[in-house]
Design a protein around this ligand. Structure first.
Ligand code: GLN
Length: 483
């Protein structure tokens, strides 16, 4: 049995009786046991429940009962998305034993469509980071070279899909966290338009910019999962009522006659040579497919990292103030502490990156600095939105490298926050403006490390975006994951 099949292949093989859900889950659990020691994608594996669910689904199939579109497919979930009955830790000591009393909307939609939640996967603490090194459970490792980072913060999602430890995964993307691990692990990752997928049950980091998004091996798998998870949710007022869209339909529409803009500010200085040449090669592929490619300048992109870290940290400092170890937390044995001393003792258990963000966020919101930093960042965001609106009057899609550099060694940049922040230079724009963006695996470097290409579309053009991504995917032939 081939665990590397795509989600759509899984569905067709199970439909025509080639495989059973139980067999597939059992093999996937074997695979997890074999590779986890090397890659560390999972925080919690829900083995028994996954097998039980698979048996139920096989029975339903045998009895020809109605069955959901995902047919028992094993899906991993980033551990900042709530799952009733399985702990949701956010890779933080603060929530080490927290079990949510309800499922996030995306999780209940997956279950309604008969997906199997096989486990919860690793992330940077509270989704703050770009490498998955800031997890209180230790880093995940890149299946293409286990000495290297897998990207982040949804590193466990990228790794579990790439290392064939599940068929697909859900991550969250506040500034690139779905696309970065997708790019570094050679899988596909989509940040949908803001408002297209419910955030109910996603532990908040920066609400005004983040979205839950799928990670999978193929673009068609992303379309399949979007059919399940997208759409209005009465529990999340920022979701938009758009009617049903079938993301799989017309996926092979191609890009003939489309206009594609290569973002100048995302392809110049600071971009690795091999990443640059892969980007140029992707542009040539689009031209071969009869799209017209032109350069596009978006100068606000130069300020995106500064604006993003100001806004995201401000929202984080407010969101994380609720972790006082009273309603949830761990046993600190602090009897006799006076209230303030207790809370501050507890909060010293946040990791270094989360602490840095909370301090930065409180500072940029404080009287005297609010106008100088927070308000200015919001102005950059507005300027960026207006430049994006103008750009999409000229082109249908924008293209750029997902990550400016290749994956690097674990530990290499962990003490250098600014360098880590600059890694997000190409992904942040989509979050600050709300537009959808996808990372498609495109090349493998001479050192054997993956390179992903990013495509952006205008808000709510997610279906067209998937068509462009599918067209690019069809031009590639990539090797199998070595782990
Ligand atoms: N690297 C970015 C950050 O640390 C993005 C994180 C994310 O998208 N969750 O904030």
């Amino acid at each position: 049995m081939n665990l590397g099949i795509s989600a759509t292949e899984y569905v067709s093989q199970i439909r025509n009786g080639q495989i059973s859900a139980e067999e597939f889950i059992a093999k996937t659990l074997d695979r997890i046991r074999t590779v986890e020691g090397k890659v560390h994608a999972y925080i919690t594996i829900d083995e028994q429940n996954a097998l039980n669910q698979a048996r139920i689904i096989d029975k339903k199939i045998k009895a020809k009962e109605r069955i959901g579109a995902l047919f028992g497919m094993p899906i991993s979930i980033k551990d900042n998305i709530c799952t009733s009955g399985i702990r949701t830790t956010c890779a933080s000591k603060m929530l080490e034993n927290f079990i949510a009393p309800y499922d996030a909307t995306v999780v209940s939609r997956l279950k309604q469509d008969d997906a199997i939640i096989i486990g919860k996967v690793n992330l940077d603490e509270f989704a703050m980071g770009s490498t998955t090194e800031f997890s209180c459970f230790g880093p995940s490792r890149n299946p293409w070279n286990v000495e290297y980072v897998p990207g982040g913060s949804s590193g466990g999602s990228g790794v579990s899909v790439s290392a064939l430890e599940c068929v697909a995964s859900l991550g969250s993307d506040t500034g690139g966290s779905v696309r970065s691990p997708a790019s570094f692990c050679s899988v596909v990752g989509l940040k949908p338009t803001y408002g297209l997928v419910s955030r109910y049950g996603l532990v908040s980091y920066a609400n005004s910019i983040e979205q839950i998004g799928p990670v999978a091996r193929k673009v068609e798998d992303i379309a399949l999962i979007m059919n399940t998870i997208s759409g209005h949710d009465s529990h999340d007022d920022t979701t938009v009522e758009k009617g049903r869209v079938d993301y799989l339909q017309d996926l092979n529409a191609g890009v003939k006659g489309k206009k594609i803009g290569l973002v100048s500010q995302m392809t110049g200085d600071g971009v690795d040579k091999e990443v640059s040449s892969a980007t140029n090669a992707a542009v040539s592929k689009f031209q071969d497919l009869e799209a017209e490619c032109i350069p596009i300048s978006l100068d606000s992109v130069e300020h995106s990292v500064a604006a993003y870290y100001t806004i995201a940290s401000a929202e984080a400092s407010s969101n994380l103030s609720r972790y006082d170890n009273l309603r949830y937390g761990f046993d600190l044995g602090t009897e006799g502490y006076e209230f303030k001393a207790y809370v501050s003792k507890v909060r010293s258990n946040f990791g270094p990156e989360v602490t840095r963000r909370m301090l930065l966020g409180a500072f940029v919101l404080s009287a005297g600095y609010y106008g100088k930093y927070y308000l200015k960042a919001q102005k950059v965001r507005a300027m960026m939105k207006s430049q994006i609106d103008d750009a999409f009057k000229k082109v249908d899609f924008l293209v750029a490298p997902t990550m400016p550099i290749l994956p690097f060694k674990i530990g290499e940049k962990i003490d250098d926050p600014l360098t880590l922040y600059l890694l997000d230079a190409n992904t942040i724009m989509a979050n600050l403006t709300g537009i959808p963006a996808i990372s498609v695996p495109f090349a493998i470097s001479s050192s054997g490390l993956p390179i992903g290409i990013q495509i952006f579309a205008n808000s709510f053009q997610d279906k067209n975006l998937l068509q462009a991504a599918y067209a690019l995917q069809q031009t590639t032939h990539l090797p199998e994951v070595p782990v």
